[in-house]
Design a protein around this ligand. Sequence first.
Ligand SMILES: Nc1ncnc2c1ncn2[C@@H]1O[C@H](COP(=O)(O)OP(=O)(O)OP(=O)(O)O)[C@@H](O)[C@H]1O
Length: 615
Amino acid sequence: METLEFQAEARQLLQLMVHSIYSNKDIFLRELISNASDALDKLRLAVLQDGLEADTSDLHIEIESDAEARTLTVRDNGIGMTHDEVVALIGTIAKSGTAELLAKLKEATETKDAALIGQFGVGFYSTFMVADKVTLTTRKAGTDGHGTRWESAGEGTYTIDDAPDAPVGTSVTVHLRPKDEEDALFDYTDEWKIKEIVKRYSDFISFPIRMGSGDEAATLNSMKALWARPRSEVSDEEYHQFYRHISHDWTDPLEIINMRAEGTFEYEALLFLPARAPHDLFQRDARRGLQLYVKRVFIMDDSRELIPDYLRFVKGVVDAADLSLNISREILQQDRHIQMIRRRLVKKVLSTIKDLLNNHPEKYATFWREFGRAVKEGLLNDPDNQKAILDVATFASTAGDEPTTLAAYLERVKEGQEEIYYLTGESRSQVENSPHMEAFQAQGYEVLILTDPVDEVWVEAVPDYDGKKLQSIARGSVDLPSEKEKPEPEGDFGPLLTFLGEKLEEQVKEVRLSHRLTTSAACLVSDANDITPTLEKMYRAMGQEGPRVKRILELNPDHPLVSGLREAHERQADDPALPDTAELLYGTALLAEGGDLEDPARFAKLLADRLARTV
Ligand SMILES: Nc1ncnc2c1ncn2[C@@H]1O[C@H](COP(=O)(O)OP(=O)(O)OP(=O)(O)O)[C@@H](O)[C@H]1O
């Protein structure tokens, strides 16, 4: 017999289990049944796909309780585990982001944030909520090696031993702690309690879950595939349980989507829009994709081929009638039917979002807050559905606190306005206070406020909406329709602009007069075809060092600083104070839009010197 130590993260998770972070302890049984069901799926698949020799004529799960010994056993005749698999799978937690999540989880125990806890599949370890000892005996199908016995009291160590007589499959025996109903620790040897839990959490499991033996053996679950049943016959509670089973998210889903296609290519799908974004929505290695079944037989988890990346938060099941059970991931990618299903699912998800937008504004607001950033990636990656995505997207806007659709924006455009104005930035307040906004605000033009990183990118890919071009107000020159009759500024600014252009040659590519400023002296704008500073920053953050893109300095001729500077330059072009003023002007414009100064210390010194002369 060997005694081994749990890996650090596994130990931490166990600690949380032993000290019961969940108020609902019943779920340990659901987790065991879920693992057993997965093991049965895997065995059936190994026989179908790899030609493994094993008996699959009576795949099932058995529950056995012993009130006197105070034990509960869940047994399956599924794939089983080898000695090494037991050590690797049960002694460690291999999931990515575990450490980070554990830290959050610890916090959550104090606040009892069930939803956060629910993002973390606790699996097998949840048995330690109700047990003071757990024994797992297993033997891998298709190997002639011995079985393995694993045992632990949930503290720092576990033991591993040979189990020569173990049958193929896995059996988990939970040695129950004394019942304590005040602590929601029920008598889990009670037949009624077991039946109730199975019915509530595991009714849809597609293998029989049996209790009792001989003539008294009873099957506790209905085994009906939820997606095959008409919506009217399934309760929300059943859907929610199923959602939890496949997503490990404890928050009820926001929306349930049923689909069924008959005819040349048949499939059924049951999809869910979650109510909150998982913590790893933007992590590359996160689990994503749908479950694929073929004629009720589970084929694979996380099938990415069924749903595009930008809809990766959609959970659910697709059951296709005409695929081969042997289908592999490689074949899936090229399969015509799969591509067709995927196109239909995308259309259906987008039309569901549209329905939320039109008929359930609160749900829509939740959805868009949680997933809008992901959906907008589709504007780049799914050109065929660009219009449909734009139709369901909403954006913050200067017109009010509520986000607006593009269609609603277009209803409000001013006469003569030919473009949809937007400004990107890091936060709403930064964008709102940017000097670029001034003329637009002053003249009542609505500007969309885009603050998600993805906004910097998709705006480049979307040429227009309903024939109106999307125009950044920080790029190119603006010609506000109502500005056209504005009188020319007094005095000749030509020589000053040339002078500043030379002095600031390192920093800007051009200095010119502005139409977009009313109160500020100066601002920086990008050339129509150059990348924006935020995008440049994003590239740099990703480690891509591109050339620095110079921008254009625009001056407000009506501002006393600018008109004063013009006069000073006219009086004495070689005034030694002028170059410093030029630098201050540039630095202030950069600060006003939330940019970073190249040399803050130098700027501070110039400013302090100048201020000293005014006190
Ligand atoms: N009854 C079983 N038969 C075969 N393998 C099992 C069984 N129970 C657990 N395992 C193996 O141990 C692994 C860890 O199980 P655990 O319940 O901790 O996590 P999980 O099921 O992978 O994750 P989650 O519960 O979040 O879905 C499983 O992925 C599986 O490989």
